[in-house]
Ligand binder design. Structure first.
Ligand SMILES: NC(=O)c1ccc[n+]([C@@H]2O[C@H](COP(=O)([O-])OP(=O)(O)OC[C@H]3O[C@@H](n4cnc5c(N)ncnc54)[C@H](OP(=O)(O)O)[C@@H]3O)[C@@H](O)[C@H]2O)c1
Length: 267
C-alpha cells in the first residue's frame, strides 16, 4: 500500500531511541522528510545517520532540543520549518515521567511531569498549527500509553496515568475543532513495547516487589498479554505511520492501542 508519504515533512519528537526512533525509521522508509529531536546532540545525530544508512533516505534533520521546555519546542519546530518549508505531520513523543506512587512524589516532580508530558504536547501543537492551517492540511499524532484506558495495571506510574489522560482530553477536543481546517488529530497507545524505558520500568517494579526484571517480564508475557510477548518498536511504529498518513484520511479523534491484546475493555 502506498501511504502517500513520499516527500511529506514529518516532525518526530524524542527520536534518538525507542519508539520515536522506530517511528522516524518507518517514515524514512516511506521517503518522507524527517526532522527528529532529542536532548542529546550526539545521540540524535547518530540515530539519524543510522536511519539514513539503513533506509537510503538522506532527508533527515537531527535537532538537539528538550521538548519539556518552551525554548526546546520552539527551536525544534522553527529549525524543521526553516529547513523543509512545510509541516505535514507532527508526532508528539517524549521521555516517560519517572515511576513513583503518590506518596513518593512532591510538587516539583508533578510540575516536571506536566512540562514533559502535557506541555510538550500543548506547545508543539500550538507551534505547528499556523503552518498546517496555511496549508489547509495536517496530521498530529500523540504517542501516549494504554494506561490512559486502564491505569490500574500501572500503580507505580501515577504521573504518567494522571497527565496522559489530559493529553487525551485535549486531543478529543482538538480533533473536532480542527477538522474544518483539514487537520486530523489522533493518538496511538503503546502497551508493552520492548525499549530501554520498559527495562527501566521492569527494574523499578522488580525492586519494589523483590524479584528480577526478567520475572516481571515473564509475568506480563505469560498472564497479562494475550499474544504472549512484548511488542517490537517497529510494530508500534507501523501503526503510528499509518494513522498519521494520508491513507488514514477519514480517521480523526481516535486512540489506537498497540498492545498484543492486553487491554480487556471493549472500547
Ligand atoms: N515502551 C513502551 O512500551 C511504552 C509504553 C507506554 C508508554 N511509553 C511512553 O512512550 C515514550 C517513549 O518511550 P520509549 O520506550 O521510546 O523510551 P526510551 O527508549 O527511553 O526513549 C526515550 C527517547 O526520548 C528522548 N527524550 C527523553 N526526554 C526528552 C525530552 N525532554 N526532550 C526530547 N527528547 C527526550 C530520549 O533521548 P534523549 O535522552 O537524547 O533526550 C529518547 O530518544 C515515553 O513517554 C514512555 O513513557 C512507552
Amino acid at each position: 500500500m502506498d501511504l502517500g508519504l513520499n516527500g511529506k515533512v514529518v516532525l518526530v519528537a524524542a527520536a534518538s531511541k525507542g519508539l520515536g526512533r522506530a517511528i522516524a525509521e518507518e517514515f524514512a522508509r516511506e521517503k518522507a522528510k524527517i526532522a527528529m529531536c532529542s536532548r542529546e546532540e550526539g545521540a540524535i545525530s547518530a540515530a539519524a545517520q543510522e536511519i539514513e544508512r539503513k533506509t537510503g533516505n538522506p532527508d533527515l534533520l537531527p535537532i538537539a532540543a528538550d521538548v519539556s521546555t518552551k525554548e526546546g519546542c520552539e527551536s525544534f519546530v522553527q529549525l524543521a520549518q526553516s529547513t523543509f518549508g512545510a509541516i505535514d505531520i507532527l508526532i508528539v513523543n517524549a521521555g516517560g515521567p519517572p515511576p513513583g506512587r503518590f506518596d513518593d512524589l512532591d510538587d516539583t516532580a508533578w510540575h516536571k511531569a506536566v512540562d514533559l508530558t502535557l506541555f510538550s504536547a500543548v506547545r508543539l501543537t500550538r507551534l505547528v498549527l499556523p503552518q498546517m492551517r496555511k496549508q489547509g492540511s495536517g496530521s498530529i499524532v500523540y504517542s501516549t500509553s494504554t494506561s490512559v484506558r486502564q491505569p490500574t495495571q500501572y500503580l507505580n506510574l501515577i504521573l504518567s496515568n494522571a497527565i496522559r489522560a489530559s493529553v487525551h482530553g485535549m486531543l478529543k477536543t482538538l480533533s473536532s475543532d480542527l477538522a474544518k481546517d483539514g487537520i486530523r488529530v489522533n493518538a496511538v497507545q503503546p502497551g508493552r513495547i520492548a525499549t530501554d524505558r520498559l527495562i527501566q520500568l521492569d527494574t523499578d517494579t522488580a525492586r519494589r516487589q523483590g524479584t528480577s526484571p526478567d520475572e516481571v517480564r515473564k509475568r506480563y508475557e505469560s498472564s497479562v498479554i494475550p499474544m504472549g510477548r512484548y511488542g517490537k518498536p517497529e510494530e508500534y511504529a507501523a501503526a503510528v505511520v499509518f494513522i498519521a498518513s494520508p491513507k488514514a484520511s477519514y480517521i480523526t479523534g481516535v486512540s489506537l492501542q498497540v498492545d498484543g491484546g492486553m487491554l480487556m475493555s471493549m472500547f
